[in-house]
Design a protein around this ligand. Structure first.
Ligand code: ATR
Length: 306
C-alpha cells in the first residue's frame, strides 16, 4: 500500500506525453540557447502539470502565421522572446493593460480560440527583489540602457514608487525619449536622461543602479558600461539583468567597492512563473528550496551551453 502510494506520487511528477498533454512553448529567433524550456518543464514536473514546453525558431516574417495557428493547433500558451516582443501586439485579439502600456508582450494565452497578450517582465523583476523591495520606495535609481528591457524595468520602478529615475544610454536621444515615455505613461515625473557630463555624479549618488543592456554578457565578460568603479559604494544595490555570467564585470566591480549585488537569474525564474500562472489561471509559488534547486538547474544548463 505504502509503496504504491509513493510510486503514484513519483509517477505523477515524471513528465510523460499523452493525448491530454498541454502544449506550451517559446517563439524566438534565435531561440536555441533559451533557458525557458528547462525552466518551464521543471515547473511542469514540480507542480504535477501534464504539459510540455518546446522552443520554436520562428523568424519575424512568419510570426503572424505562427500566432494565428496557435488556437488551431491547440496550444495553451507561448512565450515570446527576441525579436517578437513588440511586433506580436499587432497579431493578437486582446492585449492586457500592462502589455498595452509597456508596448510589448512576452506571454500569449489561448482561450476559447482567442489569442491574449500579457507581459510578465515587470512582475518578474518585482518578485525577484524578495525582501529588497522596500529599498526601492523613495530611492534614487540610475538605469543603464533605454531599450525594451529598460521599458519594463521602468514600469516596475514606477510601481515600486522610486523617487527618481535617471537613464544613461549610449544613444542619448533614446534615453531622452524613454524618459519622456516614462514621465507621461508611467507617472514617474522625476525621470530624466543623464548627459555624459552628469553620469559620474549620478552613479555615485544613486541608491540603486540597474543594468538593462547586454554589455558584459557571455562571451564578452570583460566589458562594463561603468568605467570608473569608484562610483560604487556601501549601501548601494547594483542589479544586473544579465545572468550569464552569474556575476558580470559590473557586479564584480560593485561588490569590490562594497555595494550589494544581484544578477538576473531570479527575474528570469519569476517572469516564467508569472507566465505559468497566467496560462493556468493559478497561483503557483516557489518555496525557498524550489528556488535554490531551480537556480542550480539553470546554472548547470548555462554551463552546458558554453
Ligand atoms: P532589449 O529589448 O534587450 O532591451 P534593445 O531594445 O535592442 O534590447 O536595447 C538594447 C539596449 O542596450 C539599448 O539601450 C542599447 O543602447 P542603444 O540605444 O545606444 O543601442 C544598449 N546597448 C547594447 N549594446 C551596447 C553597447 N555595446 N554599448 C552600450 N550600450 C549598448
Amino acid at each position: 500500500m505504502f509503496h504504491s502510494q509513493v510510486f503514484l506520487r513519483c509517477w505523477k511528477k515524471v513528465s510523460f506525453v499523452d493525448a491530454k498533454t498541454g502544449l506550451y512553448g517559446v517563439f524566438g529567433d534565435p531561440v536555441g540557447h533559451s533557458l525557458s524550456p528547462v525552466l518551464h518543464n521543471w515547473f511542469m514536473r514540480r507542480f504535477g502539470i501534464n504539459g510540455v514546453y518546446m522552443a520554436f525558431a520562428i523568424s519575424a516574417d512568419r510570426l503572424q502565421k505562427a500566432i494565428q495557428a496557435l488556437p488551431t493547433l491547440g496550444f495553451v500558451g507561448v512565450n515570446l522572446t527576441i525579436p517578437h516582443k513588440e511586433a506580436v501586439l499587432a497579431y493578437v485579439d486582446h492585449c492586457d493593460l500592462q502589455a498595452e502600456i509597456i508596448g510589448a508582450a512576452n506571454t500569449i494565452r489561448i482561450v476559447d480560440n482567442r489569442v491574449d497578450a500579457y507581459v510578465t517582465d515587470a512582475d518578474g523583476f518585482v518578485l525577484s527583489l524578495h525582501k529588497q523591495q522596500q529599498r526601492f520606495h523613495n530611492a534614487s535609481v540610475v538605469m543603464l540602457g533605454a531599450g525594451g528591457a529598460a521599458r519594463s524595468i521602468a514600469y516596475a520602478l514606477a510601481r515600486l514608487q522610486v523617487a527618481r529615475l535617471a537613464i544613461i544610454n549610449r544613444t542619448y536621444s533614446r534615453a531622452e525619449s524613454l524618459a519622456r515615455f516614462v514621465r507621461e505613461r508611467f507617472q514617474l515625473p522625476d525621470t530624466k536622461a543623464l548627459p555624459e557630463g552628469e553620469q559620474l555624479e549620478g552613479l555615485s549618488s544613486a541608491d540603486i543602479v540597474i543594468n538593462t543592456t547586454s554589455v558584459g554578457m557571455y562571451p564578452y565578460t570583460s566589458e562594463s558600461l561603468v568605467k570608473d568603479p569608484r562610483v560604487f559604494h556601501n549601501g548601494q544595490l547594483v542589479y544586473d539583468l544579465i545572468y550569464n555570467p552569474s556575476a558580470t564585470r559590473l557586479l564584480h566591480d560593485a561588490r569590490r567597492n562594497g555595494a550589494e549585488i544581484q544578477n538576473g537569474l531570479d527575474m528570469l525564474i519569476y517572469q516564467g512563473l508569472v507566465s505559468l500562472n497566467i496560462w493556468r489561471q493559478d497561483t503557483y509559488e516557489l518555496r525557498a528550496a524550489d528556488l535554490q534547486e531551480l537556480r542550480q538547474v539553470l546554472t548547470q544548463e548555462l554551463a552546458a551551453h558554453e
